[in-house]
Design a protein around this ligand. Structure first.
Ligand SMILES: [Zn+2]
Length: 314
């Protein structure tokens, strides 16, 4: 079968097979700094804290002015009310720039509790405090809502009894995306899912069979123009016992990772060798050892459809 033919076949069933939903999660630690650390720590006390920099008063409190670079000379407890300067709405809600009374720099936060169409530039808003504050999140200030009956509030310079600054905040950044397989991986995964069929692409010049399949030979750079079926048995070329835990692992260490050349293929596929303990693997999963794919009960259309490779005696 020529590559073109199979590509057409793959495209006709492309809806499911040519991408997979994927997610990247990046856990990290945010260090807010001294002034913002105190600002966040004080939200649980329902106090809104700004920092003074010459004529500027900035909320949330900062160690340095973003516009002049001037260090903070002290804190000011400001009124928990302000005015909307700008806002934007999407399916998840409304974000607004709120200029807190007596401050000079608007504060980006959620605007909540407004009827559609009731929000305008200049709308007066008041702080809404979280009902279940955590003590270490800017969301202890849940947002700003309609002002209701706000009493008068005189800003307090250099308020006393401030909380210790929050030093670290744990965050996770999550990115959802679709990973497009393209025609080559897509065809491989179509075959793996529906027929437990493993296909590489064959180089038009050196005739090596590339697995996973790709468009261009990585040895002679000629186009790979045909498909070639390969067996689900092969030979280990290199192996390693993984003892270290890291993000994204499918298995709990220790486990054996191997570079395997499947019978009929010319390139190495990396996969797990299962059912062998780490000590025995040093000799049993050495280069030259023969392995066979153990297929999963799941049909996911990925190399995860191979549960692992098992050692075979020949
Ligand atoms: Zn080649």
């Amino acid at each position: 079968m020529t590559l073109t033919d199979t590509t057409e076949v793959a495209r006709s069933s492309a809806e499911n097979m040519h991408y997979m939903p994927a997610q990247l999660t990046i856990p990290y630690t945010l260090t807010p700094g001294q002034a913002t650390g105190i600002f966040i720590a004080e939200l649980v006390n329902k106090r809104l804290l700004g920092s003074r920099h010459g004529d500027e008063i900035i909320v949330p409190a900062q160690d340095f002015s973003g516009s002049t670079g001037e260090p903070a000379s002290g804190f000011v407890e400001v009124a928990p009310v302000g005015e909307v300067q700008a806002f934007t709405t999407n399916a998840k809600g409304t974000l607004g720039l709120v200029l807190i009374d007596g401050t000079t720099t608007p504060f980006l936060h959620k605007l909540v509790g407004f009827e559609p169409g009731s929000l305008e530039i200049g709308t007066r808003v008041a702080a809404i405090w979280s009902e279940s504050p955590t003590g270490n999140s800017v969301l202890d200030l849940a947002g700003f809502g309609p002002i209701g009956e706000a009493g008068t509030f005189e800003p307090k310079s250099d308020p006393e009894g401030l909380a210790e600054p929050i030093e670290q905040i744990d965050y996770t950044m999550t990115l959802d995306f679709k990973h497009a397989y393209g025609a080559y991986y897509g065809t491989l995964f179509d075959g793996v899912e529906t027929g437990r069929r493993i296909r590489g692409s064959k180089c038009s010049k050196c005739r090596r069979v590339l697995l996973p399949p790709r468009a261009v030979c990585d040895s002679c750079f000629a186009p790979a123009t045909e498909w070639a079926d390969v067996a689900d048995t092969g030979t280990i070329q290199a192996s390693s016992v993984v003892h270290i835990e890291f993000l994204g692992q499918r298995k709990q260490p220790p486990y054996v990772y191997a570079e395997i050349v499947l019978d009929g293929a010319s390139t190495r596929l990396i996969h797990i060798v299962g059912d062998v303990d780490a000590e025995r693997a040093k000799t049993a999963a050495a280069p030259g050892a023969r392995v066979r794919a153990v297929w999963s009960d799941q049909h996911t259309g990925s190399l995860g459809d191979i549960e692992h490779f098992e050692l075979i005696e020949e």
